[in-house]
Design a protein around this ligand. Structure first.
Ligand code: GDD
Ligand code: MG
Length: 352
């Protein structure tokens, strides 16, 4: 059995982080996001190949995962000539498939029992099976109505307030039968959410729903990107490399240097080669990537700082995300919600 990961989106909502780092490989702690998805897929031994469907910066992604042998799973890359939309991409990537295929949106993280979804698909002899999950506000997702027997009745992508009739949304994980792909036109952008799923419902094909109520998140916005780190640090989702067991939940690399007089408050993650100088304070829910330097009397609190950043003396970074190689000058204040692209330089005393 094969799995297709849709990882071709531009990651617009995560800009500027995704200008140099496509969304599928933004780091969660210190591992590219797709690693976490591959961890889940590897739990189903029947899946012997993962097809990565790409079009935005595909080389960057290939360089990281190669043929998958390091991870113990075969990886193949299919690069679209142009963005074909979610259904077009599946058809293009799954061109020669003859058996059921598992499809993942490339930006969702979950602890779902994937094998159970595949079992349901087979038991129901479904043409398609979709995973649903409850969320507080469905407006940013695909809303899915089902009947009492667990069949999908209605699919509304990005519903307006008056269309919200349930809290269950499309979790972005499907099992599909490739012989249904004939209804997807070739070589034009086509959406699985807006066209393919509604067409299954119209034709009365068996379209089963698997409801999952455990951990699930789409990391596609800065808020959710920060949230996933918090959830892992809070133990709501267990994932390497964060180890919640040390005292206070402070995950500190062996070679990180924390000077006497610095304060570290967990939970937080401090990666290899980090230096925290005397008088500096690292507050809860902070993530310091490799080689980050936090100077005397600076504060980093509730923020994710990608590798090689420098926070100069007396600066404060609160509830922010800093891309790679950022320079936060002396006494700078970076406040809640700030997202700095790679190599941002903030001159001493700036306020952001
Ligand atoms: N290869 C390829 N080509 N991939 C694409 C394309 C394309 O043209 N367009 C989008 N993708 C990939 C994205 O990289 C992402 O992994 C996935 O398809 C979904 O696209 P998003 O842009 O993240 O969509 P969304 O989050 O607004 O909504 C989707 O996901 C929700 C769950 O997180 C929809 O599927 C919703 O129905 C769903 O609820
Ligand atoms: Mg998304």
């Amino acid at each position: 059995m094969k799995a297709i990961l849709l990882a071709g989106g531009k990651g617009t909502r995560l800009r500027p982080l995704t200008i140099h780092t496509p969304k599928p490989i933004v780091p969660i702690f210190n591992r590219p996001f797709l690693h976490y998805q591959l961890d889940l897929i590897r739990q189903v031994p029947e899946i012997d190949e993962v097809i990565l469907s790409l079009n935005y910066q595909p080389r960057r992604i290939e360089e990281i995962f190669g043929d998958g042998s390091d991870l113990g799973i075969r990886i193949r890359y299919v690069v679209e000539p142009m963005p074909l939309g979610t259904a077009g991409a599946i058809k293009y990537a799954g061109d020669r498939l003859t058996e059921s295929v598992v499809v993942f949106n490339g930006d969702v993280l979950t602890q779902l029992d994937l094998a159970a979804v595949i079992r349901l698909h087979r038991e129901r002899a479904a043409r398609a099976t979709i995973v649903l999950t409850p969320v507080e506000n469905p407006s940013a997702y695909g809303l899915v109505e089902t009947d009492a027997a667990g069949n999908v009745q209605r699919f509304v992508e990005k519903p307006s307030p008056d269309e919200i009739t349930t809290d269950r949304i499309n979790a972005g994980i499907y099992v599909l039968e490739p012989d249904t792909f004939d209804r997807i036109p070739s070589d034009v952008a086509w959406s699985i959410e807006r066209s393919y799923f509604p067409s299954l419902i119209e034709r009365g094909d068996t379209f089963a729903a698997y409801v999952y109520e455990g951990y699930w998140i789409d990391i596609g916005t800065p808020e959710k990107y920060v949230q996933v780190h918090r959830d892992i640090m809070d133990g709501r989702f267990r994932a390497a490399p964060f180890d919640p067991t040390p005292e206070g939940g402070v995950s500190l690399a062996a070679d990180a240097r924390v000077e006497a007089g610095a304060t570290i408050e967990g939970p937080c993650f401090i990666d290899e080669g980090v230096t925290v100088k005397a008088g500096a304070r690292i507050g809860p829910y902070s993530v310091l990537g490799r080689q980050v330097l936090v100077e005397e009397d600076a504060t980093v609190d509730g923020s994710v700082v990608w590798p090689n950043g420098r926070v100069c003396r007396e600066a404060t970074v609160r509830e922010a995300i800093l891309g790679r190689n950022c320079h936060v000058g002396r006494s700078v204040r970076v406040g809640a919600g700030a997202v700095l692209g790679d190599k941002t330089i903030l001159t001493d005393f700036s306020r952001v």
